[in-house]
Design a protein around this ligand. Structure first.
Ligand code: UD1
Length: 428
């Protein structure tokens, strides 16, 4: 059981370099099994999710090696095999093996990834896409079998009922190897989807329109990696450090960002009065100061990201007056509220997805629990702002997705200790 212990009260300063995007990485690793050649990535974040995905690859006889942000994967020896349910359940993104196995073998048998701390999280749109491509779906005892081996995968026209990152990615993974053309309408437009299309196209796929509402894919019989794919920077990690810097900082340079990916977020910070200097691939956040309250509503990209709703919360404590957050995408993302109250914050949530935040002069360190990754990020920022010591329990949720957290926080001057986790030796 991992804990993050922070002795608060010291303002952050200096610079921090953002790692590769978690949400790209957890899709790109399953996508690698579509290749008929070894595949390599760089700018891969050092997070627990990568370790768990490597464990799943190993179960398929796919050798991988991860060192200092460079990840090589050799899928040429892949075998169809049962995937360990414990690792599948450890991260929801393991559902990308459904699309990737379907593209590779024409069938996939995967343990249902289940719900998680964000609620039920249905996968009906993923299933709808696989069925449209010709797969027959059966479900028994928590295991889903998706089988198109009788007639092969065939291109289809699919209109998603909900804008879903996961469904868009998963359908792309299967459709790149389907016969003929697939048109997916009402797709998600997140930068991670463009990253995936770039990776697949560089291996010979034909994916057009990523970043717009409609993606058109012409299937190919083989994908071959020619060069190393560099994972895009993590806009959520960048937003988290920007919030920390604006909430309790003396001037912080955030390096390795794509500012366009953060536009809805930086607009909100500017609306609050945060001093930002936005460069080509870096953003400087000026010293903390009193701010204006704002209303935030989460939306699919390019709207305000649900993943940044919790990390921005501690910054709203600086505003004179009431700020509001409405999370329309994951209304269950309110589990940081009770913990922040325990630290003395003026914050409440009377209805799912609705949070009210008022000026909070003084936070005090205490024992809190990270219910999920972004709730944990909010608690880290609050802990840095608080007087005294905060012990954040259940911290493995945070380490699942934040690259080299100890190095980055301590590099900014935070008095932090992480105990109870060994990133090197994590395999379940
Ligand atoms: C991804 C991100 C997560 C982010 C979320 C929304 C990854 C690994 N995770 O999650 O960090 O918070 O996008 O930006 O990239 N839905 C359905 N049916 C489906 C699929 C989704 O109803 O078949 C609903 C979900 O319950 C949710 C909404 O659609 O309300 C968006 O979900 P989706 O974009 O699929 O999120 P994830 O891909 O799981």
């Amino acid at each position: 059981m991992a804990n993050i212990i922070i002795n608060g009260g010291r303002k952050v300063a200096g610079s921090v370099t953002i790692g590769g995007a978690k949400n790209s990485t957890v899709a790109l690793i399953p996508a690698a099994i579509l290749a008929d050649t070894p595949v390599s990535f760089d700018n891969v974040p050092q997070i627990l999710d990568v370790k768990n995905l490597q464990y799943l690859l190993a179960a398929m006889n796919v050798h991988s090696n991860f060192d200092q942000g460079n990840l090589s994967i050799d899928p040429t020896t892949i075998e169809e095999s049962e995937l360990p349910a414990s690792a599948i359940k450890s991260l929801r993104a393991s559902y990308y093996f459904m699309g990737a196995l379907l593209g590779r073998f024409g069938r996939a048998t995967v343990t249902f990834p289940g719900g998680d701390n964000l609620g039920a999280r249905p996968i009906d749109q993923h299933i709808k896409g696989f069925e449209a491509l010709g797969a027959v779906i059966t479900e028994k005892d928590d295991v889903i079998t998706i089988d198109a081996s009788a007639h092969g995968l065939r291109g289809a026209r699919i209109a998603l009922d909900t804008v879903s990152v996961g469904a868009t990615m998963n359908i792309m993974l299967a459709a790149v190897k389907a016969e003929g053309q697939t048109v997916i309408e009402n797709v998600a437009k997140e930068p991670e989807i463009i990253d995936m299309a770039t990776f697949l196209n560089n291996m010979g796929a034909s994916v057009r329109g990523a970043g717009t509402d409609t993606i058109r894919i012409t299937g190919v019989s083989s994908l071959r990696a020619q060069n190393t794919h560099t994972v895009i920077p993590d806009r959520i990690e960048a937003g988290t450090y920007m919030s920390l810097a604006a909430a309790f900082g003396d001037g912080v340079m955030i390096q390795n960002v794509i500012p366009e990916h953060l536009e809805s977020y930086t607009s909100k910070l500017l609306e609050m009065g945060v001093d930002l200097k936005i460069g080509d691939d870096q953003i400087y956040v000026g010293p903390s100061k009193p701010l204006q309250p704002v209303a935030i509503k989460t939306m699919p990209y390019p709207g305000f990201a649900t993943d940044l709703q919790q990390p921005i919360t501690p910054l709203l404590f600086l505003a004179e007056g009431e700020s509001t957050i409405l999370d329309t995408i994951y209304p269950q993302r309110i589990r940081h509220v009770a913990e922040l109250r325990r630290m003395g914050a003026e914050i409440s949530s009377l209805n799912p997805g609705e949070i009210k935040i008022n000026h909070s002069d003084r936070l005090v360190g205490t024992n809190v629990e990270a219910a999920e990754i972004r709730a944990g990020a909010a608690l880290i920022i609050a802990a840095v702002m608080a007087d005294g010591q905060t012990i954040i329990g259940n911290a493995s949720h945070i380490l699942r997705g934040y690259d080299r957290l100890y190095e980055k926080l301590s590099g900014l001057g935070v008095d932090v200790t992480i105990e109870g986790v060994n990133l090197i030796n994590l395999m379940p």
